[in-house]
Design a binder for this molecule. Structure first.
Ligand code: GTP
Ligand code: MG
Length: 186
């Protein structure tokens, strides 16, 4: 079965693990620098049943784990970069995470996600949808990369499935491309 690997990165406590748990249904708490959650996915292409395995690499956000993240993230096919809309500092440091991906994996599809939008109505100086979308647009132009933008609430589940399906779709394209290149060189 094809396995599409998706990395989930971003500052500490932005909601990465909560997002992954919402999508996979797993409910295990852990303290290791990385946890891999698996979810099978079945769909139809031209009347044929196709099975996929989505392997989600949930990295811890603390900077002490940076070198571990750099090593392991090389294997992923697409990346979800999360920030917390109620903590502007996590939005500002998105650039660091993008640079980490570019340094360690290269040009792969990235999805920028503003999480915790349920907190926006209570918050002060929250990051707006427009700011997030504008930033993604700017990154697309600067890096010439397919960087998409979504907002989520891992608490309510808003847009969670959509983000992972898009990450899977884009990751599958990278998977197929890498396999073709490997065959060509073997
Ligand atoms: N209100 C609200 N709280 C959230 C949301 N997502 C996560 N949280 C809370 O934010 C806190 C941190 O969430 P985690 O999922 O552990 O954050 P993380 O990004 O995995 O953190 P590290 O693993 O330390 O890097 C927890 O208390 C979650 O319940 C959300 O969408 N809305
Ligand atoms: Mg976590």
């Amino acid at each position: 079965m094809i396995t599409v690997r998706i990395g989930v990165i971003g500052e500490s406590a932005v909601g990465k693990t909560t997002l992954v748990k919402k999508f996979t249904g797993s409910d295990v708490s852990y303290l290791s620098p990385i946890k891999i959650a698996i979810r099978p996915l079945h769909f139809q292409i031209r009347g044929r049943n196709v099975g996929l395995c989505i392997s989600i690499y949930d990295f811890r956000g603390h900077r002490i784990f940076t070198s571990i993240i750099q090593n392991i993230i090389r294997n992923v096919n697409s990346v979800i970069i999360l920030y917390d809309v109620s903590r502007r500092d996590t939005f500002v440091s998105v650039a660091d995470w993008i640079n980490l991906v570019l340094r360690s994996v290269g040009r792969i599809p990235m999805i920028l996600v503003g999480n915790k939008i349920d907190l926006r109505k209570h918050g002060y100086d929250c990051v707006s949808w427009e700011e997030g979308a504008r930033y993604a647009e700017m990154l697309r132009e600067e890096f010439q990369l397919p960087i998409l933008f979504f907002e989520t609430s891992a608490l309510t589940g808003y847009n969670v499935g959509k983000v992972f399906l898009v990450a899977t779709y884009l990751g599958l394209k990278v998977y197929v491309l890498r396999r073709r290149m490997r065959f060509r060189h073997s």
